[in-house]
Every structure is written in structure tokens, then in C-alpha cells.
Design a protein around this ligand. Structure first.
Ligand code: ATP
Length: 232
């Protein structure tokens, strides 16, 4: 049984339908990438899993249990953490306080502590007492990932973690993923940066207008197939 599975997952903003029946699943420790053009529904998919957008109870299954109707705060406690687009750190708090908030109220035992997060991203330890907004974009992204890890997630949902960052910084952030994966954590990468996403993932899904237009292992997909799945 997959760790997480979506079954005919739909999502609406008022009358507007953003997702049309997404079926996908992944196992513990697997990394999947979701690619697709602007507006394809990638962020909406992550928000629906994270409980930020309501869905039918049985449209999201964790270990076979329906969680689609649960609230976001309960979903974090079940082991699904979101690294939101734009990082969304708490601006009035320090780096360390932001990290500690991620672990607040956690129910799950697991490997991630403040020290482990500092081991993963040593620069965060150097900047632990700094206010979050004065960090560089890359450091803020590391803090956002660290904050999510502090809840000891089984599934880490990452929304555009490379957005707006220099290639060398993106490489630093992606270099941390194998250590996260080694803990058995599943990672879902929503990315505009196709090359980066394909390199890091076991399986790729392309979304187009709220539907999966292509699915496969990175090595199996041709540029041509991806181009067609992306743009229609
Ligand atoms: P991007 O890379 O631009 O974030 P995306 O693939 O993540 O693209 P979504 O953000 O999931 O796409 O958006 C899917 C569709 O839903 C788009 O047509 C978008 O305009 C619409 N949408 C997203 N958020 C809202 C909202 N809060 N209210 C209304 N429509 C929304």
C-alpha cells in the first residue's frame, strides 16, 4: 500500500475548478516531482493534501486512512508538512524561533531536532539569532524547510523551493534532499525548474490544466514528451 495516495482528487476556488480528479501515490522514502506550467494546479494539489483546501475524505489516503476532510493542523500532526511557496517565515521571529514553531505540538517521534536541522543547514546555526527577514533568499528557504522538518514529517511537500534563487544556492538546497530521504521521508517537489526536479526525483508527474498529462520515471521521459505534456 502506498504511504500516500490521492484518489479522484478535485479542488475548487468558488466556482472555478482547479483540479480534475488527480490519482497518484507514493511510498515512504520516495521523491516525486510535479512539474507543469503556471496555473496548472501544482500548488493547489499540495494545499489540498496539506488540508488548506477542503476535499472529500477519501480523496486523500495516508496509510489507507482517509484524511481528505481533516484540518491543516491535524494533518501536520499525522506527518504531512508543507514548505509553502514564498517561504512564509514569521518575520518578527528569529531563525531559531521559526524552527521551534515548526516543532510545536508535534505528535510524531522522529529524527529531526534543532541540532539535526543545524547539521543539515549549518548556516542556520550561524544565523540562529537573526530576524528571519534579514536572511538571504537561500537561507530563508533553508529555514522554511527546517521548520517543516521540525514536525518530523513522513511526507514533506515542497512548493517551488528553487524559485528566485541562484543556481549555486539551489544546488546547496537540493544537496540536503538525500539526507531527508535517508530518514524515510517522502518528498513531493513542485518545481518550475524541470531539470532540477527530474534529477532529484524517482518519479515525475506533469500537470496541465488540473489534470495529470504525463507520468513516468525521469530517465524514461523524452524532452519531446515533456514539452507536449507541459504546453499541450
Ligand atoms: P504557479 O506556478 O503559478 O503557482 P500552479 O501550477 O501552482 O502555478 P495553482 O497556483 O495551483 O497553479 O493554480 C491553479 C489554478 O487555480 C490557476 O488557474 C489559478 O489562477 C487558480 N487559483 C489559485 N489560487 C486561487 C485562489 N485563491 N482563488 C481563485 N483561483 C485560484
Amino acid at each position: 500500500m502506498p504511504l500516500l495516495r490521492t484518489h479522484n482528487l478535485t479542488a475548487f476556488y468558488g466556482d472555478f475548478q482547479a483540479l480534475y480528479g488527480i490519482d497518484l501515490g507514493f511510498d515512504a522514502g520516495e521523491t516525486i516531482a510535479i512539474i507543469g506550467a503556471n496555473g496548472a494546479g501544482k500548488s493547489t494539489f499540495l494545499k489540498a493534501i496539506a488540508g488548506l483546501i477542503p476535499s472529500r475524505p477519501d480523496s486523500v489516503l495516508l496509510d489507507g486512512h482517509p484524511i481528505g476532510a481533516k484540518r491543516a493542523a491535524d494533518i501536520v500532526k499525522l506527518g504531512i508538512a508543507l514548505v509553502p511557496e514564498g517561504r512564509r517565515l514569521f518575520p518578527s521571529l528569529t531563525v531559531e524561533e521559526n524552527l521551534l514553531i515548526g516543532g510545536h505540538g508535534r505528535k510524531l517521534a522522529g529524527p529531526w531536532t534543532l541540532d539535526r536541522v543545524y547539521g543539515l543547514f549549518p548556516v542556520l546555526k550561524e544565523r540562529r539569532a537573526s530576524a528571519a527577514p534579514i536572511l538571504s533568499g537561500g537561507q530563508q528557504q533553508m529555514a522554511a524547510i527546517g521548520r517543516a522538518l521540525m514536525s518530523n514529517p513522513r511526507v514533506l511537500l515542497c512548493d517551488e523551493i528553487s524559485l528566485g534563487l541562484a543556481p549555486i544556492v539551489i544546488a546547496d538546497i537540493y544537496a540536503a534532499l538525500p539526507q531527508i530521504k535517508a530518514e524515510g521521508t517522502s518528498v513531493v517537489l513542485v518545481e518550475q525548474d524541470i531539470v532540477q526536479a527530474m534529477k532529484a526525483s524517482d518519479r515525475v508527474y506533469c500537470f496541465q490544466e488540473g489534470r495529470v498529462s504525463l507520468e513516468g520515471r525521469p530517465g524514461e521521459l523524452s524532452r519531446d514528451q515533456i514539452h507536449r505534456a507541459y504546453f499541450g
